[in-house]
Design a protein around this ligand. Sequence first.
Ligand code: ASP
Length: 326
Amino acid sequence: MFRKSWRPLAAVASALTVALVSGAASAYPEKPVTIVVPFAAGGPTDVVARTLAQAMAPHLKGTVVVENTAGAGGTVGARRVAQASGDGYTLLFHHIGMATAPALYRKLDFKPQEDLIPIGAVVDVPMTLISKPAMGPANLKDLLTYVRANKEKINLANAGIGSASHLCGLLLQSALKTELTTVPFQGTGPAMTALLGGQVDLLCDQTTNTTGQIKGGRVKAYAVTSKGKLANFPDLPPMASEIPGFEVGIWHVLYAPKGTPANVVAVLEKALQAAIKEPAFASKMKELGAEIMPAERQTSAGAKALLAAETSKWSPIIQAAKVYAD
Ligand code: ASP
């Protein structure tokens, strides 16, 4: 009697085990997902990451938290994720710095294109050249003349070598054939605080950090780094109006460490695409002047191609500028 009923029961039990195991793989995420931002909290990369995390969470049916691991122009946080386990629970939200770091850092101990899997590109953000409130020059032309004539008096804040603000500052100094004193911060959130307090003079930063301060009249704004004028700042000239070819957009990508299973990458890719479509995400990005990436870039393959193309674009420019960090 006992033997008769035991066999079918064992079959049911083993079928159940199979179902539970395959269910576990499709049940990702089973615990909170952490997005690492490689700059200080309260800055432009952080604000986009936090808005994205909030918009992705319901599509992942889970919790998404943001952690800031700042330092060395974003390379400390990027390395943390490059060396994390590829289980889908530690992700990186980073910008153009992923394409510039390999040329800027002689001893970079991770390879952006090999150690990380792009999930999708999210936004492209123009920068603005701004100054402390008490800066004298009235417009971009006058500012550039003033900087050329007073280079020993002026300092330029940035978020460390490899940051977007560093890259923009490099372009400015090389166009003016001038070397300015640079003051590195853990992110442009704290750099902005120093600028508002008049401790530093100039900062080139994403509109995702500068829009509120410019509109509130708390800083002076001189230019945008987009090709043409921006809808949010119709009075600001493009940098290219004075320095031909000065054009830079700060694209942002979500990454997972290498080794992350393809099915997990696919779940994240879908959640990212759905999050970008959320009205709350889209309207916040519009308000901050961030442009949503085209659909083909919101994919793992599209973001991978973007990282490769931008690395090839910036490496020779940086090598020609002969700027290195160890
Ligand atoms: N905008 C910064 C940069 O210069 C980084 C940040 O604080 O988000 O790269």
